[in-house]
Design a protein around this ligand. Structure first.
Ligand code: UDP
Length: 328
């Protein structure tokens, strides 16, 4: 049985990936500082160490205790708005934290890592759909630190033979079928949870950030991908590395773009009633359209999204939010 270290395994995408790993027969060791993650999100069969990846003594002691075959790294801050008001926090946790983790991995001869990157590495896209070879020019600190992480892995590979897969996620959403774990952020900034909080009456309305974009109904187009489809991609990427595969960067989206208004309409069909909405000014740094080409991961790793349908994605999120209106 292979042993997988998952820094950030108590967060949204991390916790779903831990469930998928355990279902696939892996032993999982979670490291999390619980700053934005939740203890209740950690699979009961995972081994859990409470601590911070920036704490070198801590992360080295975890690696002394455990025999680790590969790392799937989620431990990072990921709020675009916050990254603009507090950029150094992002350099510290995302970049410095990853450096400390990487240093400890190399000391312990662990040379395979899959990690979370983002569509925010592209900035304003050159063309739609976005390919991995397109220009990267982040428009926010969050995307900048993720791109810098990719480059850090690239140069470490050249010097130390590290192998990595970077997964550039588009809009992660939905929840584990069965409603055990789901999306919970404080404060919440993501579209689908906010729409569903409005549907539950926990907010007065959903504010649509701009209806004057050059898109079919004036609202932004995004590529929404189910969190379990993301989780499966992490396992495929890790198995690729465990089979001595090459370092790669992959986009992860469905290749389908939906406008903000279309997502609200899908949510109204799921919850069965209208949801209050207002038009607000544009949010700084929002590109009009972000839609992935995931051809590369489909071709190279045989990844196939199982839940590309927006209504099914929203329904899976609703199963979680309607039963956990206050999160964990
Ligand atoms: N959005 C919105 N109202 C909200 C939150 C988000 O209109 O309260 C829009 C946002 O402008 C973007 C899309 O919904 O076009 C997805 O935003 P989210 O923050 O979920 O993800 P992002 O695309 O920023 O990664």
């Amino acid at each position: 049985m292979k042993h997988v270290l998952v820094p950030g395994g108590a967060g949204y995408i991390g916790s779903h990936t831990v469930y998928a790993l355990i279902n696939s027969g892996y032993k999982v060791i979670v490291v999390d500082n619980l700053e934005t993650g939740f203890k209740q999100a950690i699979h009961p069969d995972a081994v859990f160490y409470h601590g911070d990846i920036r704490d070198s003594a801590f992360i080295n002691s975890v690696l002394d205790n455990e025999h680790i075959d590969a790392v799937i790294h989620f431990a990072a801050n990921s709020l675009v708005g916050e990254s603009m008001t507090n950029p150094l926090k992002y350099y510290d946790n995302n970049l410095h934290g990853t450096r400390v983790l990487l240093d400890a991995m190399l000391k312990h001869e662990i040379k395979r890592i899959v990690f979370s990157s983002t569509a925010a590495t592209y900035g304003e896209p050159e063309r739609i759909p976005i390919l991995e070879t397109h220009r990267t020019n982040p428009t926010n600190t969050y995307g900048e630190t993720k791109l810098a992480m990719e480059r850090m892995f690239y140069w470490t590979q050249a010097a130390h033979g590290l192998k990595y897969v970077s997964l550039r996620y588009f809009n992660a959403c939905g929840a584990l079928p069965g409603g055990k774990i789901g999306e919970a952020h404080n404060p919440e900034t993501h579209l689908i949870p906010i729409i569903l909080q409005a549907a539950l009456g926990k907010r007065e309305n959903i504010a649509i950030y701009g209806d004057d974009y050059p898109t079919r109904d004036g609202t932004c187009v995004r590529d929404y991908i189910h969190v379990d489809d993301l989780a499966q991609a992490h396992i495929l990427a890790m198995e690729h590395l465990l089979n001595n595969g090459s370092s790669e960067i992959f986009n992860l989206g469905n290749g389908l773009g939906f406008t903000v208004k279309e997502v609200i309409e899908a949510a109204e069909r799921v919850v069965g009633h209208p949801i209050n909405q207002i038009i607000s000014p544009r949010r700084a740094g929002d590109p009009a359209q972000l839609v992935a080409s995931s051809e590369k991961i489909i071709r190279m790793l045989n990844w196939q999204p199982k839940m590309p349908d927006i209504e099914a994605i929203v329904a899976s999120a609703w199963a979680w939010h309607s039963t956990h209106p206050n999160g964990y």
